[in-house]
Design a protein around this ligand. Sequence first.
Ligand code: 5GP
Length: 197
Amino acid sequence: MTGHIFIITGPSGVGKGTLCALLLKINPRFTLSISATSRTVRAGEVDGVNYYFKTREAFEAMIEHDRQALDATQHHLLEWAEYNGQFYGTPREPVEAALQSGRHVLLEIETAGAMQVKQKFPAACQIFIAPPDMTTLEQRLRARDTEDELNIQNRLRIAQHELTQQDRFDYVVINHKLDSALSEISQIVENWHGSGV
Ligand code: 5GP
């Protein structure tokens, strides 16, 4: 039995990472996809654990390789997007290997990438995580203390746009409280095409 892709998307600071970590704990059939990015490493992040950190040139070379590839089975990336001036993308091969071995794959990615994955894998389940309101999102982003002021402002501006897109996804879960958002997501996962988690 092959696995399914579950995409956790939504604005930066909404709690996607925390929800993914909790989902991994309660669902042993899940594998978390590790993305590639050109952004700089934050304090505490580890290459190969949080992300595969690439130079801009190396990332652009992957994009160019995929552009010239004869078919999608040769692609390095399943999807990629530019977010806040940096590249982010999902390595294709580990996702396909995990699916074939019967595992479900969790992608924590922004909205443009989420749409690309759905195009390639129509059976993928997209869950958009929304904040209760913009003020709460800003508070969470600031409390995380990972970004400078310019980055916070950019991320909030991008979030405004992402929130206008939420109806395009399979499900929207409002992250008021972590435990109720988690149980809503667990319910969605359980019911998705008999995914049998
Ligand atoms: P951050 O810089 O906060 O780690 O990530 C910025 C945004 O990029 C977040 O919304 C995050 O979910 C998204 N992101 C992380 N990895 C990927 C990926 O592989 N592809 C896409 N499209 N977005 C990603």
